[in-house]
Design a binder for this molecule. Structure first.
Ligand code: NA7
Length: 535
């Protein structure tokens, strides 16, 4: 492994977000020569690109941070319960600086192809800047939500004014003062950006296809005493994160929502609500994500809060989700989202009753009328989980294309490796807990597993590792079975690929939980990398 191929790297990492940076750090620690390619002009990944006003992580900042360096934990001080994008980006930049990571990263460079040379046992990677480089190992750290989904709206190229996607918001910002602004999309990004746009725009029109469940974040500055207490207790907290279901420690609920009388249930939900977290309501009872009737009690509690928050009953009803069980589409946390619709200059257009027919030069036309706009904002989401991996022409053994191998849905072993693609690792790949967990906890686990695996290979003088088809099939069967026991498959969500027309419908994340998944991965390693063939 220490072999150098014309000063070529031992490992190539694609992406310099939270995953790629940590992978670089750990591989360097093994003494490997590493090249990282990043399409952005600097580090940060998701937090580099998503600069729209209101962008914020909805996992608490003192949990959404690296655990690998106790010194880093002590040096960095988060200011808010939920950190906003600029603060998270500053943190990632600080990490890059502190560990001197930038010197191995080539920015403004997109990897276009990665082909495995079976003879040389190396990955040959090409970039859009014309570079060709080869490495023994290829680690895709390309993120789960990094390729925007086209909005699929007729006439989009005709709109005369500026068009912005939340995931590509200009770094210099956009001045919308006095403008008529239209927003399409009411997922997490829409729900975060809409209250901010309403502050600036003269008229804001929100075009909603499917309402989503959102709960108040109750965001606030962190108090000095709570920061000090967590810093003193970080080791225990990190262990609890790793041992939890979602990467955020909480006592698992044991009761069914249907076991409690309505008044007691209401109290329980109210307690969850006041937490201002994604897990407050969903974690109130054991069966909210597995039993339709239990789920409906939580859904109705949140709908009632929407009715409290929105003055006009008709608008409140339009904003109330009824098409899918709560939690099966990514729920949102907001700051003043529903209240925004109480403002005179904010209008809600229900695309279910008045479908969008086309984008015109002047604005958006629905079946009822044309809405004239100066600026259009798309918060229309991502080709999640597989989009960034399939965007690269990855070819494994016998020239097999990953896109082709995944044509009826992604096939992976543990979301980490793919049969037929030796020495390829995917950090938080499809069918790992990834987007159903505190992402950074899952990233650290994958990166550490990959690093341990390469250490093992090095110690045994092995140069090639590949998931077996059988192990892959068994893992996918297990993941599908665990998924089927939940309500997730019922929703047309990006969790199931249903948000992208033509994408195979498969539950893309592992719902068995972070702790169970970690134990599974550890067992595989302890058994000498069972389910992999090593050469
Ligand atoms: P999401 O959650 O996928 O939301 C996208 C929104 O855009 C959603 O409301 C969609 O409605 C809407 N959409 C998408 N295409 C269209 C078209 N063609 N017409 C009308 N409306 C459309 O993406 P986000 O960026 O908000 O969040 C992604 C994740 O990032 C988030 O969950 C966090 O984990 C971070 P639909 O529901 O499809 O009817």
């Amino acid at each position: 492994m220490s072999e150098r191929h014309h000063a070529e790297p031992d490992a190539i990492v694609v992406g310099a977000g939270l995953a790629g940076l940590y992978q670089l750090y750990r591989l360097r620690g093994l003494g490997l020569r590493v090249r990282v390619f990043e399409s952005g002009s600097d580090v940060g990944g998701t937090w580099y690109w998503n600069r729209y006003p209101g962008a914020r992580c909805d996992v608490e900042s003192m949990s959404y941070s690296y655990s690998f360096s106790p010194e880093l934990e002590q040096e960095w001080t988060w200011t808010e319960k939920y950190a906003a994008q600029p603060e998270i980006l500053r943190y990632v930049e600080y990490v890059a600086e502190r560990f001197d990571l930038r010197r191995d990263i080539t920015f403004d460079t997109r990897v276009t192809d990665a082909h495995y040379d079976e003879h040389a046992r190396r990955w040959l990677v090409r970039t859009d800047t014309g570079e060709a480089v080869s490495g023994r190992f290829l680690v895709m750290a390309t993120g789960c939500l990094s390729v925007s989904k086209p909005p699929e709206l007729p006439g989009i190229e005709r709109f005369a004014g500026p068009v912005h996607h939340t995931a590509r918001w200009p770094s210099e910002g956009v001045d919308l003062t006095g403008q008529r602004v239209g927003v399409i999309g009411t997922g997490s990004s829409g729900i975060q950006v809409i209250p901010e746009l309403a502050e600036q725009a003269a008229e804001l029109t929100v075009f909603q296809r499917t309402p989503n469940f959102s709960m108040p974040a109750f965001n606030r500055p962190l108090r000095e005493d709570e920061v000090t207490a967590r810093k003193a207790d970080y080791r225990r907290w990190r262990a609890a994160q790793r041992d939890s279901y979602s990467g955020v420690p909480r006592e698992p609920a044991e009761r069914s929502a249907l076991d409690d009388p309505p008044a007691r249930r209401e109290e329980t939900y109210l307690r969850g609500w006041r937490e201002g977290s994604l897990f407050g309501i969903l974690g109130s009872y054991a069966d909210i994500l597995t039993d339709r009737a239990a789920n409906e009690t939580a859904a109705e509690f949140v709908r009632a809060r929407i009715r409290d928050r929105v003055h006009d009953p008709e608008t409140a009803e339009t904003l109330s989700p009824r098409e899918f069980p709560i939690g099966t589409k990514r729920p949102c946390l907001d700051t003043g989202y529903y209240e925004t619709f109480n403002r005179e200059h904010v209008h809600l257009v229900d695309l279910r009753t008045t479908p969008l027919t086309e984008i015109t030069a002047a604005g958006v036309r629905t079946s009822r009328r044309e809405h004239e706009l100066d600026t259009l904002v798309f918060a229309t989401g991502f080709d999640a989980m597989t989009g960034a991996l399939e965007a690269v022409d990855i070819r494994g053994r016998n020239g097999l294309a990953l896109r082709e191998y995944w044509s009826s849905g992604p096939r992976t072993y543990l979301g980490l490796a793919v049969a037929g693609f030796p020495n390829l690792f995917t950090v938080t790949g499809p069918t790992s807990p990834s987007v159903l967990s505190n992402m950074i906890v899952s990233i650290e686990q994958h990166v550490e597993w990959i690093t341990d695996c390469l250490t093992h290979m090095n110690s045994k003088g092995l140069t090639e590792i590949e998931a077996t088809e059988r192990a892959e099939r068994e893992w996918l069967d297990h993941a599908a079975e665990v998924g089927k026991a939940t309500l997730y498959p019922e929703a047309d969500s990006w969790y199931t690929g249903a948000n992208v027309p033509g994408k195979p419908r498969v539950l893309l994340a592992y719902v068995g939980g972070v702790a169970a998944y970690r134990r599974w991965c550890e067992q595989v390693a302890a058994n000498g990398y069972s389910g992999f063939s090593l050469r």
